[in-house]
Design a protein around this ligand. Sequence first.
Ligand code: ADP
Ligand code: MG
Length: 250
Amino acid sequence: MSLKIKNLTVRFGGQTAVDDVSLDVPAGQITGLVGPNGSGKSTVMNAATGVLVPDRGSIHIKDKLLHPGRPGDTARAGLGRTFQIPRLARRLTVFQNLLAGARDQPGEQLFSLFFRPRRVADAERSIEKRAHAILKRIGLAAKLNTLAGELSGGQQKLLTMGMLLMSDCKVLLLDEPAAGVNPALIEEQILLLQSLRDEGRAILLVEHNMGMISRLCDSVCVLDSGIKIAHGDPETVQRDPRVIASYLSM
Ligand code: ADP
Ligand code: MG
């Protein structure tokens, strides 16, 4: 499933935060989104997830147009994001956070709870099985009963990725997953992102760590003051004079 952003413009008051940006995020690839602070990266993500209604432009998942301002529809279409500062329930355990990430839990529908208890029990067991498999995948199997608030920043970022996997998101938007994370955990993140890509998921990666961008990204889009100034493979983009000038002026 791919994500397409077409001619996106977002204004805040008199300021244009994103100016006519188009971007394809194909399935089975990792697409980088880079640029100095304030260049509009998070705003692109907020528009893509539907929490922000753009002034112009449209968002498509698998060529289906999404209605702006309806984040529930977007999530149901299979798109999920993580945040620069991980959003999780700090006083719940790692395992409980994962269970909370599961979408459409039959146990939450009162009707089936009363009339189909066996089905609910089966579904709960399969959700728990899934959570255990994801725990292994994100390298937190030994931490299942640890409170999420007691994890390191890097482990919290891995946990929020695991929560997206609980709802089986096919399009993942990741906002600075490596920021503040120690190098060993960055390596774990890289392996995880490669395996998610190889499963055919579409990944949009916002990241300042250029090493991570070069190693992972099939293509990179560079924003400066809301304008797309370059787009291409990581090596070409890093040699682009406009990109160098934009980073030097930071
Ligand atoms: P980045 O993620 O690249 O650092 P942002 O998308 O957060 O940049 O911000 C782009 C610009 O839009 C910045 O100038 C920022 O101050 C402004 N901006 C972002 N969100 C809002 C908002 N909710 N209200 C007003 N201005 C905003
Ligand atoms: Mg940002």
